[in-house]
Structure formats: C-alpha cells, structure tokens
Design a binder for this molecule. Structure first.
Ligand SMILES: CC(C)(COP(=O)(O)OP(=O)(O)OC[C@H]1O[C@@H](n2cnc3c(N)ncnc32)[C@H](O)[C@@H]1OP(=O)(O)O)[C@@H](O)C(=O)NCCC(=O)NCCS
Length: 170
C-alpha cells in the first residue's frame, strides 16, 4: 500500500472486482471522455488475471473506502498513466494526490526517463491534475480515439525524471 496524506494507493485485488466492474460499467463513472465499455464480471476477472495484476491500483480515502482507480501501462509512448475518481469524491484533490504518489512510485521503482499521460484537451479537470503534477503539454493528436460516437482529440502530456527531481510524498 502506498500511503499519501489524504489518499492511499492499494493494489487492485480480486476481492475488489465486484464493485470495480459495477463502477466501470456506469457511464457516469468514466464521464464523457472515457470509452463506454460494458464488461461482465467474468470478463473482468479474466482481464485481471492475465493483464492487470500489479499495474492497477485502487485510490482509497483515509477511511479505507475506494474513491477511484489509477493504473499504468507500458506502451508506445513509454510508461503511461490513467485515472478515474468516482463522481461522489471529485473536487477534493484526490486525483491530484494519487498522481503524485504514482509518479513517485514509478520513478523510484523503474529505470524510466519519462511518464506519459493522454487526455482530451477539453477535459479541464484532467488537464489541471496533470499540470499540478508538473506534466508538460507535448503535443496534440487529432482523431486519436473513437469515444461515445465521435473521434476525439488527445493531448499528450509528459514529465521527465529530471523535472520530477525527487519524491514529493513517498
Ligand atoms: C479527471 C478526474 C480524475 C479528476 O479527479 P478529481 O479527484 O476530481 O481531481 P482533483 O480534485 O485532484 O483536481 C481537479 C482540478 O480540476 C479542477 N476542475 C474540475 N472541473 C473543472 C472544470 N470543468 N473546469 C476547470 N477546472 C476544473 C478542479 O477545480 C481542480 O483544480 P483545483 O484543485 O486547482 O481547484 C475526474 O474528474 C474524473 O474521474 N473524470 C472522469 C474520468 C476521466 O476523465 N479521467 C481522466 C481521463 S484522461
């Protein structure tokens, strides 16, 4: 468990998959910029076993309740993070702190030179979370993703190891 001041990151476990599936099937959870996927618990259990273990975390508050999720992947643009906070818990700086913890964790545990995040430039909350964590806008990819009936622009943000400098929380 990675402890912050107001939230902690706990590895996603099998016992979380019930609420995790329900939350991720709720269109309000992902909001207008996330894909509108619908997955069965069986699908999610298979995905968890084959792909997710170790890279997906529950964002939880100090009472130990889940408030969202954060993950990283290793892809074409290197180590890339993604996150969602449940609508009931938004606007409390939970995501900002979760990203701070994740960035510390990744730079402290992996020999990587950068961390990437991609978001729709209209997603003001996500842009704010990245800027508050020292990410820089590196480029705009037009028609990058087909989400909810339309092609969406993706803004690529990055933070380099030298820009991070030293741990903020961990
Ligand atoms: C993006 C998201 C994770 C942010 O979570 P959060 O815990 O509410 O974020 P925080 O409270 O740490 O910070 C949000 C910041 O955005 C600001 N913000 C929120 N909505 C905004 C808007 N419409 N316009 C401008 N700023 C906005 C908040 O004021 C806050 O900034 P502040 O601390 O300077 O006041 C959450 O909105 C979410 O889950 N959205 C749906 C899923 C999603 O879009 N994920 C990201 C995909 S790239």
């Amino acid at each position: 468990m990675l402890e912050g001041r107001n939230v902690s990151l706990k590895p996603l476990e099998k016992e979380d998959l019930d609420w995790f599936t329900q939350w991720n099937n709720d269109p309000a959870y992902g909001g207008e910029y996330e894909p509108l996927e619908q997955n069965s618990l069986t699908d999610i259990e298979k995905w968890y076993t084959e792909e997710a273990s170790g890279r997906w975390f529950v964002i939880q508050n100090k009472q130990g309740d889940p408030v969202g999720q954060i993950m990283y992947t290793e892809g074409g643009l290197g180590t890339t993070i993604g996150y969602i906070v449940h609508p009931d818990y938004r606007g409390k700086c939970f995501c900002t702190e979760a990203v701070t913890i994740m960035v510390d964790f990744l730079f402290l545990t992996k020999k990587i030179v950068r961390i990437t995040a991609q978001c729709n430039p209209k997603n003001k909350a996500s842009v704010k979370v990245l800027e508050k964590n020292g990410f820089t806008l590196e480029g705009i990819v037009r028609k990058a993703m087909f989400i909810r009936g339309q092609y969406m622009t993706s803004a690529v943000y990055g933070i380099l190891r030298e820009e991070w400098g030293k741990p903020r929380i961990l």
